[in-house]
Write a protein that binds this ligand. Structure first.
Ligand SMILES: Cc1cc2nc3c(=O)[nH]c(=O)nc-3n(C[C@H](O)[C@H](O)[C@H](O)COP(=O)(O)OP(=O)(O)OC[C@H]3O[C@@H](n4cnc5c(N)ncnc54)[C@H](O)[C@@H]3O)c2cc1C
Ligand code: SF4
Length: 863
């Protein structure tokens, strides 16, 4: 039966205003635009559909509005109606009427059920005490955040304990969210490993190790049996073995259940484990009702992922527009960055197809596990799991079901073969699985005029859901643009159309101090990405935006900055106190030695004339720094894109050739520029005469003494492409030397690209050294006073990062132990003695496995 409304349009009603409902409305637009169809979406949440996948970003202070799917124009388009805070309570199939919460009736010609799921709460005692939460909607996370903030307000010094029940995808997201709120995080998982649905045992071990290193305590193979309260609030979680752990807040992430109650009440058949049964056209047993997304049971299963839901939305829209599309099947590939840890799982990840072979690379100590599942002749890729390093995901996933064309092991080993060029990717390979977009579609969009990432995303939908395919989409776009001879944009990333230098200027002028404000004002109001977030973090730090671990700033930092230490290959950290100019007293040396001895650290003198202490566990960092700070040491910023060291010789105070006091000058410069954040690390050197014992010309700024003063060289570095610094100006007195370096650094910080060292910056600077000289000496741009003032602000606002952490309980709480018994050495840390010190065992001495494609994992029959 086909009926119409008074305007002659067929009435489509969608119950549920989630991600899949949004996709449905998008796909049905040709019908609404032509006046043939009219769509009403009933959403019981108080807002328009939003990006649930990105829910966790709400913890970094984001406005919920920025997660919205579809703008005002989209929801106000002709033939589209969105009713928020509007719940459907019953369906009368005979009369095709829906009852709404307020008792009103709404008729339909075709009904689409898109009611999604609800978060399941395990039926244990105490699960409803104040402080227990689930993690599904914006309102859920807002309540969780409000509760934690309230507890913190009551007692700012108290360390809060968060317990997440469930160690799957959602549980780890929730653990990260609790950490972002400054609480200690603990995850309890019933299965023997984390993320049991996505990764196998090897991947689970690597993942656990990485998650623990981030300070999250993990319990596997155990279940919670009861939540205990005190004064009406959560107090402890008890496990089945009667052990108890402290808890101020509990988050249940124990899975979801389809919201199929309306369908059941209306007599529609549901699956054994819930979900409205639909055929491959997404039709229920009633031809006038479809079900899509997490509420639908298709091919006997319910899918808790966006991609299958979107495919169902498109199939249903296609049917209603007169097409004959059917559900294409499910690609359950996932790539996530949980707490900064890469996890990807794609295709037949567990090798369930008969005759599958595994190729595995595992380095448990470094926390990397990679597995490819291949066909029995080791040629065709069937699936894979990547933990700790998922850089190959974007290239590998579209190759599922195809011949890899080279030795599969080469894709897995570090520094192995590069991923296949984008040119090699066949047109029909699916690049974006969430939205089923092929390489051919992306190439075609570039030919049709989509010349930046935003345009490619907007016209193909590629990369608009989970975003894991974006590196590949960008590569395809650039290859297409280059082939067409079109100039490639200098935009920082897809969120900011400005270059880093332009963004620096904009932030500095606008005076904004948080990422959310900056992306709202100067970017696309999105959530940002791994390119723009640390870049903005660095810009804010360069502009003196406060402690890098304060508030929203903390979430922008790279791994090393996050813990103010350098991660080493065995998962421990190195500690580098600042030793200005390489000058240290005997008492200072003794203190450093005693600390190294007491904590069992390996010590080494660095090339920058200071002492590096290796092998510290994360929870030891504050203890070590307490002693260092008490003895007068400060952070050496060995972890940051900032000033590292000022190397010097003894100069005129001891050396018979010295013509100036190079050590005093080095100390003065190091104390002036300590803590100065830049697009890349900065090093200086000061030599007391032309013999150049401090190797100053290998530094970003090299100072060499002359009879009359100092010569200043700029743009040198060692490393991969060594460069000798070039002479900028000769025979400066102390004051002019400092002023010139001030301006040089500040001009570089303002105008360089992301991760560009001074040498590369100088090479790319229009006018090169001459231009730089004119700016910093002759003030040709009229900005010298600004540069001077910026450096004066830096010097005046400097504060030791580690000293600040030690006096702030919230920041200190991030340095928690990752083993359950902090005094028990982590059994995975394996060391041997060498020259009377410890060092990690070599890879061949620990259980690293690289297996060739000769290990059958299922179905057997392969030799
Ligand atoms: C934190 C988090 C992270 C995730 N990460 C990923 C990921 O990385 N990759 C991935 O693929 N998936 C991820 N997911 C899952 C993904 O969000 C879901 O698969 C997707 O949102 C399902 O969309 P849906 O529209 O079917 O259901 P939902 O998004 O649940 O929407 C259903 C909507 O219908 C409303 N509703 C229900 N009943 C009624 C009624 N009677 N009347 C009116 N309205 C009603 C609900 O309130 C809800 O707003 C994640 C989910 C969460 C919570
Ligand atoms: S650079 Fe000159 S002053 Fe410095 S140690 Fe060498 S010779 Fe002596």
């Amino acid at each position: 039966m086909t009926t119409t409304n008074t305007h002659g349009a067929r009435r489509i009603v969608v119950i549920g205003g989630g991600m899949v409902a949004h996709r449905f409305v998008e796909a049905i637009r040709p019908g609404t635009a032509s006046g043939e169809l009219e769509v009403t979406v009933l959403a019981d949440e108080p807002r328009a559909p939003y990006d649930r996948v990105a829910l966790t970003t709400y913890f970094t202070g984001r406005d919920p509005q920025s997660l919205s799917l579809g703008d005002r124009e989209f929801w106000n388009a002709d033939g589209v109606r969105l009713r928020t805070s509007c719940r459907a309570t019953a369906i009368d199939r005979a009369s095709r009427q829906i009852t709404l919460q307020d008792g009103a009736q709404l008729g339909y010609d075709h009904l689409v059920l898109a009611t999604g799921s609800y978060a399941f709460t395990p039926p244990i005692k105490g699960n409803d005490i104040d402080g227990c939460f689930v993690y599904r909607t914006i309102d859920d996370v807002a309540s969780l955040r409000g509760y934690v903030e309230e507890l913190r307000k009551e007692d700012p010094d108290r360390v809060l304990n968060g317990v997440v029940i469930g160690g799957g995808l959602l549980g780890l997201e929730a653990a990260g969210a609790l950490q972002a709120l400054g609480a200690r995080s603990r995850v309890v998982e019933f299965a023997p490993r984390l993320m049991p649905i996505q990764v196998d045992d090897g991947g689970g071990q690597a993942l656990r190790r990485l998650i623990e290193q981030l300070g999250v305590t993990v319990h596997t193979e155990t279940a919670s049996s009861r939540i205990h309260g005190r004064y009406g609030r959560v107090h402890q979680v008890e496990f089945v073995n009667s052990d108890r752990v402290p808890a101020d807040v509990v988050v249940f992430a124990t899975g979801v259940r389809p919201r199929d109650e309306l369908a059941r009440d209306a007599g529609l058949p549901t699956g054994e484990r819930g979900g409205v049964i639909v055929d491959d056209r997404c039709r229920t047993a009633d031809d006038a009702i479809s079900a899509i997304g997490e509420v639908a049971c298709i091919d006997g299963a319910v899918w808790g992922l966006v991609a299958p839901g979107n495919a169902m939305a498109e199939v249903t829209a296609n049917q209603l527009l007169g097409g004959d599309g059917t559900f294409p099947g499910v690609d359950a590939s996932t790539k996530l960055k949980l707490l900064g840890v890469d996890v990807a799982s794609f295709g037949d990840a567990f090798g369930q197809e008969s005759g599958s072979l595994e190729v595995v690379y595992a380095d448990p100590v470094a926390g990397v596990y990679k597995k490819l599942v291949m066909s029995d002749d080791a040629r065709t890729l069937r699936g894979g799991i990547l933990v700790g390093d998922a850089s190959a995901y974007a290239a590998l996933r579209p190759m599922v079901g195809r011949e890899l064309g080279s030795d599969p092991a080469a894709y897995l080993v570090p520094e192995g073969l590069a991923a296949p060029g984008t040119g090699d990717l066949p047109d029909d390979s699916v690049v974006c699985s969430c939205n089923n977009v092929t390489a051919g579609t992306i190439r075609a969009s570039v030919v049709d005029g989509a010349h930046d990432l935003a345009a490619v995303k907007s016209c193909t939908k590629a990369g608009t859901s989970c975003g894991s395919c974006l590196p590949m989409v960008k590569n395809l776009m650039i290859a297409g643009l280059e082939a067409a001879g079109v100039e490639v944009s200098k935009a920082l990333c897809e969120h900011f159309s400005m270059s880093r230098a332009e963004l620096f200027a904009a932030v500095s002028v606008s005076g904004l101090t948080t990422f959310s404000e900056i992306i709202a004002r100067h970017g696309d109001s999105g959530r940002g990405c791994d390119i723009c977030r640390p870049t903005v973090g660095s810009i804010l730090a360069s502009l003196g935006g406060g402690h890098i671990l304060s508030g929203e700033q903390a979430s922008l930092q790279d791994t090393n900055d996050h813990v103010l230490a350098n991660l080493q290959k065995d998962g421990t950290y190195s500690v580098v106190p600042r030793i200005p100019g390489g000058e240290i007293t005997p008492d200072g040396l003794i203190t450093v030695g005693e600390i190294a001895r007491d904590f069992g650290l390996y010590t080494k003198i660095t090339g920058g004339q200071r002492i590096d202490l290796f092998g510290a566990r994360i929870e030891e960092l504050p203890l070590i720094w307490r002693r260092l700070v008490d003895a007068g040491f400060e952070s050496g910023h060995a972890y940051g894109k900032s000033l590292r060291t000022v190397k010097s010789c003894v100069g005129s105070s001891w050396c018979r050739y010295g013509v100036q006091d190079s050590t005093s000058m080095a100390i003065l410069l190091e104390n002036r520029y300590r803590g100065l954040r830049a697009p890349h690390k900065l090093k200086l050197g000061v030599s007391g005469c032309a013999r150049e014992c401090a190797e100053a010309r290998g530094k970003d700024a090299g100072v060499i003494a002359t009879d009359k003063g100092w010569n200043l060289y700029v743009g040198g570095n060692g490393g991969f492409t060594p460069r000798h610094a070039q002479l900028l100006v000769e025979d400066l007195d102390d004051e002019s030397l400092i002023r010139t370096i001030d301006r040089f650094f500040m001009y570089y910080i303002r105008t360089a690209d992301r991760l560009q060292r001074t040498a590369a910056w100088l090479e790319n600077l229009e006018g090169g050294l001459e231009h730089l000289r004119s700016v910093v000496i002759d003030d040709s741009l009229g900005i010298a006073a600004d540069l001077d003032a910026a450096m004066a602000r830096h010097v005046a606002s400097y504060s030791d990062e580690w000293r600040d952490v030690l006096t702030d309980p919230a920041k200190l709480s991030q340095f928690t132990s990752f083993v359950n018994a902090p005094d028990v050495p982590d059994p995975d840390l394996a060391y041997i003695d060498e020259r009377s010190q410890i060092r990690p065992v070599d890879p061949h001495q620990r259980p690293v496995l690289i297996s060739g494609p000769r290990i059958p994992v299922s179905g057997g029959g392969v030799s």
